[in-house]
Design a protein. Structure first.
Length: 250
């Protein structure tokens, strides 16, 4: 299995896959500033998250199989964002200046997610260590915990308010990223989403309800956040261009 510290490192292959797929299928070309910016953003995320991890060596104990599977899973996620970008671009062309509705794209994506989760339930239940015949009672207990009835577990405190808030915030976050993808690109949307990493790490240091007492910031938090922001600045910074008149006389 993968260690906790290896996951933020492997997750940065998502950005690499996006760069490759957008170059292949969308014909995008990235200048040096953009590539350096993407590299710095990835390093910033790794430093921010891994600095607070006490999971030990990041990759030493990781199986090759699980590492490759994790990288492949990020390839599929990257392909998903590129396909959505293609849908928006093709829709704008076919609709002659119009655009595909965000909620249509998001609803179709969510529907197919739910469909494949249902189809893969026998395999997933085995992966979770739950016998398939026990799955109905497991789902029943999960629904009871979600509604906070029958006092099934002490881990259900805060339900149903907290789960509902999570769903609302998660939907808003995903729709915002989808809108950003629509008006810019999949790579820009991915880079913008990385800002949530240092913000979420910082939020967990606060004494918020249901999270317990706040913890100290990881030692590399500030350095990782600064590198991440520098990466975003590098990506957004346009290379200097030589004026036409100057170029003609030189």
């Amino acid at each position: 299995m993968l260690s906790g510290a290896s996951i933020p490192i492997l997750s940065q292959t998502f950005l690499v896959w996006q760069l490759l797929l957008s170059a292949i299928f969308l014909g995008r070309r990235y200048n040096a500033n953009q590539l350096i910016g993407c590299f710095l953003v990835s390093m910033g995320v790794i430093i921010t998250v891994a600095s607070g991890s006490s999971a030990g060596p990041s990759m030493n104990g990781a199986s090759i199989f699980w590492t490759i599977l994790m990288i492949f899973s990020f390839f599929l996620q990257a392909a998903d964002t590129i396909v959505k970008e293609v849908i928006f671009l093709d829709g704008a062309e076919r609709l002659k200046g119009g655009s595909v509705d965000l909620f249509v794209v998001n609803s179709f994506g969510s529907a197919y997610q739910a469909l494949f989760i249902c189809l893969l339930l026998p395999f997933l239940s085995k992966l979770w260590g739950i016998p398939f015949y026990q799955l109905p009672s497991y789902l029943k207990d999960g629904a009871a915990c979600f509604l906070n009835i029958n006092n099934l577990s002490i881990g259900c405190s805060g339900a149903p308010l907290l789960p509902v808030l999570f769903v609302i915030v998660n939907m808003g976050f995903n729709i915002s990223l989808l809108h950003l993808l629509k008006i810019s690109s999949a790579v820009v949307s991915c880079l913008a989403s990385t800002v949530s990493v240092p913000l979420s790490v910082f939020m967990f240091t606060l004494p918020l309800p249901y999270l317990g007492p706040g913890t100290a910031l990881p030692p590399g938090f500030v350095a990782g956040a600064v590198i991440l922001v520098l990466g975003l600045i590098f990506y957004a910074r346009r290379p200097a261009t030589v004026p036409a008149a100057t170029a003609a006389t030189s």
